[in-house]
Design a protein around this ligand. Sequence first.
Ligand code: FAD
Length: 239
Amino acid sequence: MNQRVTYTATIETIVEHSEDTRSLFLQLSAETRFSFTPGQFISIAIPLPNETRVRPYTLASSPEDGGPLEIVFNLVAGGAASEYLFRRRVGDRLSFTGPFGLFTLDRTPEIETIFAAEGTAIAPIRPMLRRALANAGSTPMRLFHAARTRRELLYAAEFEAAASRCPNFSFEPILAQPPAGWTGRSGDLREHIESIFVNGDDNRGRAFYLCGVGQGVIDLRDLLRKAGYPRRAVQYERW
Ligand SMILES: Cc1cc2nc3c(=O)[nH]c(=O)nc-3n(C[C@H](O)[C@H](O)[C@H](O)COP(=O)(O)OP(=O)(O)OC[C@H]3O[C@@H](n4cnc5c(N)ncnc54)[C@H](O)[C@@H]3O)c2cc1C
């Protein structure tokens, strides 16, 4: 893959997950070859009136899908790139380079693996999990996805289906604003990770894939490493 190539894709479909979160499905021309590893991102050119900005967006689809590339994003107040992407319509074109990134997983892990993400930062985890579960074996895998509301639990039906298919995989959503009758986890992602994997036992033979916005993901990484998990066992990506 020549990463210096600039690709141009047409927006084939737009899916609105909630009022401020959507997916764009980017179709490359039939003759364009593009391959990536689960977890990688593309750098999209955002043409603004006085400059072109470049922003990374993770591929939420899987390489094995073979169809359009999916990006999923939320509107950031005052954010030029997310606002620009929100204004795009079906048929518009986007230019990007890539794929880039080392926050990847391309096979079933050999040790118990914990995936933890907040909101749209589920994007890299989704194709990683699909790859990891393709040859599920018996390695335990747990997904903690934190969101404000049930509607913001992106791809929840897909993860629930995977959990009922694979006995070694559990999907454990965490809602900040749980509706009445919610029997799942609620509150803060960090508290759950800390109580289960730091204070819950002495086993430090696990791997983690963490993704989120801002300092929270760094704090979570540090919490796990200080608790005795090996450095390389705690992979993370900060947006
Ligand atoms: C490797 C990588 C992959 C990324 N993949 C995605 C993706 O798949 N989907 C996606 O929505 N964003 C993704 N981002 C973030 C994205 O690149 C932009 O930073 C984001 O869309 C905000 O850009 P902006 O120009 O609208 O706002 P800016 O003015 O550039 O950002 C303002 C602030 O928003 C924060 N921010 C970044 N992302 C978010 C977010 N999602 N929600 C709330 N605040 C945010 C930034 O930390 C910054 O402090 C990724 C970032 C990185 C580093």
